[in-house]
Write a protein that binds this ligand. Structure first.
Ligand SMILES: *Cc1c(COP(=O)(O)O)cnc(C)c1O
Length: 395
């Protein structure tokens, strides 16, 4: 037989990695098409069980490996992966809510979750109410037969109030028929077990922006939605299939590379953050430091109840009211080691001035003044402290 043309030969080449090949890094399997052995194999029904493959959009061995590891990180049974943390938020809300339903959202929720509830869900006849995450008694009065989903976030975005998780979950349980979903990006599976916060008390769904700790590199966007309940997982999976959430397997590989060092990074960043937050609180320009592990910070007692094991890498400083937004901007510009930008849990520390005027509608538990949110990276604490000190001096 004559030799096949180069293109044909390269496309149909007989060499494949041998069965039984083994190494520490999981293989990176990429596909749109998944090849079947023959037509009988093609016609066979394939459930989405994480073992059988049908089409690359639904996963390859690489993404199923990551899903299994994230389920284990979250102490869950099932995990769906999506292309961003925000996609994980929308998967939960769009997957579970129907016309006539109401969703309850904490006032300090991640901004895009707030905007989803305020400006997108109403188009589908879904109403929302914001609640004060520190006030479980007030929350209880908001629950109605229409309440189908309750979002929780611990700690909340920017102002980092740690919610009364136990009180809020007890109220949902007493009402019945309410699905609870936690944005667990901050705890990341390290600070506490979302499905067993204390024995017998946990959420139904835990989602994360894997963009943050799981990746750790500030170079990839991804999200996860975990449950212990098969029925709930199947409902979410149904939405996942319709929404067409696929993943690039190179991105999946990046997150898989981050996982072995996740806990070490979390603890190192946590320790530096606690030290800097405590130091910042002693500075004369600062009215209040918001960080759940600091006594006096909003929700500190709830944090002690739920999770004294971890406090992530975020704190916010409220500057005394005499400092204008422009002066605080100048302070941020004077920082040399802190990048100015969104996201967090990467190697580089970040600082962002945050305007709370459009992102809170209820009473506030934090002081008046311009807020800067700090995300602490992996730099040495002494270097970061010296940088903060030199920039504070210009105020
Ligand atoms: C970053 C973040 C998200 C969204 O993640 P993306 O991957 O940026 O879409 C959701 N929730 C919280 C708490 C976050 O910090």
């Amino acid at each position: 037989m004559s030799k096949r043309a180069i293109s044909t030969d390269q496309i149909h080449h007989p060499y494949h990695a041998p069965e039984g090949w083994n190494a520490f890094p999981p293989g990176v399997f990429k596909a749109s098409t998944v090849l079947f052995k023959n037509t009988a194999d093609l016609h066979q029904y394939r459930p989405r069980d994480g073992l059988s493959y049908r089409y690359g959009l639904h996963g390859t061995p690489t993404s199923y490996t990551l899903a299994a590891r994230i389920a284990s990180l979250e102490s869950a049974k099932h995990c769906l992966l999506v292309p961003s943390g925000l996609a994980a938020v929308t998967l939960v809300s769009l997957g579970l809510l129907r016309p006539g339903d109401e969703v309850l959202v904490p006032d300090n929720v991640y901004g895009q979750n707030r905007y989803l509830s305020e400006s997108w869900l109403p188009q589908f006849g879904i109403t929302h109410k914001f609640y004060d995450p520190l006030d479980a008694a007030g929350f209880k009065t908001l629950l109605t037969p229409q309440t189908k989903l309750v979002w929780l976030e611990a700690a909340g975005s920017i102002t980092l109030e740690f919610p009364d998780l136990l009180g809020l979950l007890a109220a949902c349980k007493a009402r019945g028929g309410v699905i609870t979903a936690l944005d667990n990006t901050w705890g990341s599976g390290v600070a506490f077990n979302p499905f067993e916060i204390v024995p017998g008390v946990g959420v139904d769904i835990s989602m994360q922006a894997l963009t943050k700790y799981a990746s750790g590199g500030a170079d990839v966007l991804m999200g996860s939605v975990c449950t212990r309940d098969l029925d709930l997982h199947e409902r979410l999976n149904h939405a996942h299939e319709h929404l067409g959430y696929g993943l690039g397997q190179n991105d999946v590989e990046m997150v898989l590379r981050g996982l072995p060092t996740l806990e070490l990074r979390y603890r190192a960043q946590d320790a530096t953050t606690r030290a800097l937050a405590a130091w910042m609180q002693t500075q004369p320009q600062v009215a209040q430091v918001l960080h759940p592990a600091l006594p006096g910070s909003p929700g500190h007692a709830h944090w002690l109840q739920a999770s004294s094991a971890g406090a992530a890498c975020l704190f916010s400083a409220v500057f005394k009211p005499q400092y204008s937004a422009r002066q605080v901007d100048a302070f941020v510009d004077a920082l040399a080691l802190f990048g100015i930008g969104y996201s967090w849990a990467g190697p580089m520390s970040l600082a962002v001035p945050s305007d709370m005027s459009r992102s809170r509608s209820l009473a506030r538990s934090f002081a008046d003044g311009v807020i800067v949110r700090f995300a602490i990276g992996l730099e040495a604490e002494a270097d970061l402290r010296a940088d903060l000190a030199q920039a504070l001096a210009i105020l």
